[in-house]
Design a binder for this molecule. Structure first.
Ligand code: GLY
Length: 334
C-alpha cells in the first residue's frame, strides 16, 4: 500500500470513529451544514468561503479574481474590501459601531500560502485596514502595526484619511450611552460580525483575510481576535486554513484558528476540527451567556467546515458550481 493511500485510509478511519464519538457526546447539532468527509482526492478549486451573509457580496468580488486564475491572496483582499466599504454594515470598516469613546477602531490581518502575514490593530480613519495589513506584510519586516503607528504607516503608503463614523453609527452610539446596557457584548445581534474569508485558488494555494470594527462600544484600545494570527486567522498551505468570528476574547483563549489547522494536520476533517474548537471553547468557559463564536475551515483539497457555539451563524460559499449561503452546525440554541 502506498504511503499516500495508507494516510488517506487512516484518516478516513479516524474520521469515522470521531464522528461516532462526537454524536455519542451530542456536542454539535448535526442537522445543518453541507460539510462531509471528502473521500476523493480530486481537489475542489477554486473555492472561496466567508463568514455571515455579508460574505455573499464579498465572495462575488473574490470570485472575479479566482475565476480569472488570480491568486487567493488577491481574492481574499478584494473580497473583504467590499464589506469594509459597506456603510450599512455595523461591524466592519466604514459604518462600524465605535468604541465607548465614539471612535471607530479597526482590526485586520491577512496570511498567504508562504506563511507570510500582516496585521493592523486599533487602526482609525482608514477605510481598508485589510490593504494596510497586506502592506505591513509585503513592505515591512514586521507582522503587526497598531494605533497611531498603523495610521501613520497607512498615510505614508498613500491611503487617504476618512471619517468612518457614519451618522447612523453615531446615533446608535449616542443611544447606547444613554442606555443601561453599557457593559454587554453587542456581537451578532444583527446576524453578522467580523468578516473572515478563506480561498483556495486554481494554482492550489490558500490565503485568508479577516477584518472587523470589533466589539461594539468596547473600551478604547481593546483588540480582539481578528488581527491576531493564529486566533482570528491561520493559513498553512500544507494543510488548510481557518478563521473565526464572534467574541474575540474567547477565540484568543484557545488560539482558535491555529488550533483548527493543527487538528486538520492531525487528520481531522475541516468540519471535525471546527466542531472540536467549538467544544473546546465551551469546555473552557463557565458562563456561555452571549458567547457566540463561529469558525470556518478550508482544507487543502477544498473541503469545508463550519461550526458555532449557538445557532444563527452562516457562511457564504462560492465555487464553479454555486454561490450559496449555508447554515453552520451549532452546539446549542440561543
Ligand atoms: N471577532 C471580532 C472581535 O471580537 O473583535
Amino acid at each position: 500500500m502506498s504511503r499516500r493511500k495508507f494516510i488517506k485510509q487512516s484518516v478516513l478511519g479516524v474520521g469515522g470513529i470521531m464522528a461516532i464519538q462526537s454524536t455519542a457526546r451530542c456536542e454539535i447539532n448535526s442537522e445543518q451544514s453541507d460539510s462531509k468527509i471528502i473521500t476523493d482526492t480530486k481537489s475542489m478549486k477554486p473555492i472561496v468561503i466567508s463568514t455571515w451573509n455579508h460574505g455573499m457580496d464579498a465572495n462575488k468580488a473574490a470570485w472575479e479574481v479566482l475565476k480569472a486564475n488570480g491568486t487567493a491572496l488577491d481574492a481574499v483582499e478584494k473580497g473583504v474590501m467590499v464589506t469594509e466599504s459597506d456603510p450599512n454594515n455595523r461591524s466592519v470598516g466604514l459604518g462600524g459601531l465605535p468604541d465607548r469613546d465614539g471612535i471607530v477602531t479597526l482590526d485586520a490581518c491577512v496570511m498567504n500560502h508562504e506563511n507570510e502575514c500582516g496585521a493592523v490593530a486599533c487602526l482609525t480613519d482608514i477605510e481598508h485596514p485589510i490593504s494596510v495589513a497586506r502592506k505591513v506584510m509585503e513592505d515591512t519586516p514586521h507582522v503587526m502595526l497598531v494605533g497611531k503607528g498603523a495610521y501613520d504607516f497607512a498615510l505614508e503608503k498613500g491611503f487617504p484619511h476618512k471619517n468612518l463614523l457614519t451618522a447612523e453609527a453615531k446615533k446608535a452610539w449616542q443611544e447606547w450611552k444613554e442606555s443601561e446596557d453599557q457593559k454587554k457584548p453587542e456581537i451578532n445581534h444583527e446576524n453578522h460580525d467580523t468578516i473572515g474569508m478563506l480561498a483556495l485558488d486554481a494554482h492550489g494555494n490558500l490565503s485568508g483575510s479577516c477584518t472587523t470594527s470589533g466589539w461594539a462600544y468596547k473600551l478604547h484600545g481593546r483588540v480582539g481576535d481578528s488581527p491576531i494570527i493564529g486566533a482570528g486567522l491561520f493559513v498553512d498551505n500544507e494543510v488548510g486554513a481557518a478563521c473565526a468570528t464572534g467574541l474575540g476574547e474567547a477565540v484568543v483563549r484557545i488560539a482558535g484558528s491555529h488550533t483548527i489547522v493543527e487538528l486538520m494536520r492531525a487528520g481531522k476533517t475541516p468540519q471535525e476540527a471546527c466542531e472540536e474548537a467549538v467544544n473546546r471553547i465551551i469546555r473552557k468557559h463557565k458562563d456561555l451567556t452571549g458567547l457566540q463564536v463561529g469558525f470556518l475551515a478550508l482544507g487543502k483539497n477544498g473541503a469545508v467546515g463550519a461550526a458555532s457555539v449557538y445557532n444563527g451563524f452562516n457562511y457564504a460559499k462560492t465555487t464553479n458550481e454555486n454561490h450559496q449561503l449555508i447554515d453552520a452546525k451549532f452546539n446549542r440554541k440561543w
